[in-house]
Design a protein around this ligand. Structure first.
Ligand code: PBG
Length: 329
């Protein structure tokens, strides 16, 4: 070994990592419970049921829902988003149950707003939980009818707004639905109800466990004529500018972890807030890997959520919301 002189370092970035205090001062992204939206499943029956396809998640009764939402809210989570498991007997080709003002979702909205008036209640607009075909739109001869679907979705949104929803989140990916919903809500006397658009929702295999939770998988075909091709970026930018022009208040990217570049590109191309949805498959990969101690659940989950926020998400829909709020306390 030759006796080399020590290299004279021009820069020492490690000085900014030398202690917890310095690291706290230079930290660029702070994840907080107030960034989180908690997706909750509910059913019309009595009792709370564990969900086989989503270990760690529950299909709540109305009472259980109100209690669980209240606990998350008390931990600093500002918002929930509701997904109903609809009885088979109430499903139909056109999803008519969405128009029922006393349906499961309107009942849940009223119960939540009555008990927790400051909790932000977000609702899903799409037909799949209500459709006997398991599609987000109306199916005729194997085709999804775009314009007929958005008429039904507009009714669904107005029923939810009438019941007291704060934010309406269409997850269906039909063309023109943001403009149609905005117009319908405004003319029904709900100019203050927000629209969180699933702007860049990809046709993803990460949704599998969610469809098990609601028994909402398509009976035939797939969702690729309405959800986006995972290979595309420019298409997301086009959807974003359409949604913005049609009056969306918040743009969403979904899934999150495999689409961080999309979150960043939307962040750079719009002044609107960006939401990201850490979906069922993303959640369960962490759950499954941590179950036998292969990874550490808390640290991996918080790292994934921090990465989603760092990419540019202002808010994150995550099944970890309540746990994360506890971990961050
Ligand atoms: C359907 C809907 C889906 C999710 C939210 N709304 C599934 C799908 O598009 O088939 C997925 C959420 C998740 O996987 O956590 N409108």
């Amino acid at each position: 070994m030759p006796n080399l002189p020590l290299y004279d370092l021009p820069e020492r970035p490690r000085r900014n990592r030398k202690s917890p205090g310095v690291r706290a001062l230079v930290r660029e992204t702070a994840l907080s419970p107030s960034d989180l939206i908690y997706p909750l499943f509910l059913h019309g029956g009595a009792g709370d049921e564990p969900i086989d396809s989503m270990p760690g998640c529950t299909r709540w009764s109305l009472d259980g829902l109100v209690k669980e939402a209240g606990e998350a809210h008390a931990l600093g989570v500002p918002a929930v988003v509701l997904f109903p498991k609809i009885d088979d007997a109430l499903k139909s080709p056109r999803g008519d149950e969405v128009a029922n003002p006393d349906g499961l979702i309107p009942q849940a909205i009223r119960a939540l707003k009555q008990t927790h008036p400051d909790l932000i209640v977000t609702t899903d607009v799409a037909l799949d939980p209500y459709s006997s075909d398991g599609h987000d739109g109306i199916v005729e001869d194997g085709e999804i009818l775009n314009d007929e679907t958005i008429q039904v979705l507009a009714t669904q949104a107005c029923v939810q707004a009438d019941a007291g929803a704060d934010i309406i989140a269409p997850s269906d990916m039909m063309d023109g639905r943001i403009g149609a919903l905005r117009a319908a809500l405004d003319s029904a006397g709900h100019p203050g109800v927000s629209l969180m658009s699933y702007t860049a929702k990809y046709a993803s295999a990460f949704y599998g466990p969610f469809r098990g939770a609601l028994d909402s998988a398509p009976k035939a075909g797939d969702k690729k004529t309405y959800q986006m091709d995972p290979a595309n970026i420019r298409e997301a930018l086009r959807e974003a500018s359409l949604d913005e022009g049609e009056g969306a208040d918040i743009l969403m990217v979904k899934p999150a972890l495999a689409y961080l570049d999309i979150i960043l590109r939307l962040r750079e191309s719009t002044a609107l807030p960006i939401a990201a949805y850490q979906v069922s498959g993303e959640y369960l990969m962490i759950k499954a890997a941590s179950k036998d101690g292969w990874v550490d659940e808390k640290n991996v989950a918080l790292e994934a959520l921090t990465g989603i926020k760092r990419a540019g998400a202002d808010m994150i829909l995550t099944y970890f919301a309540k746990d994360a709020a506890k971990w961050l306390a």
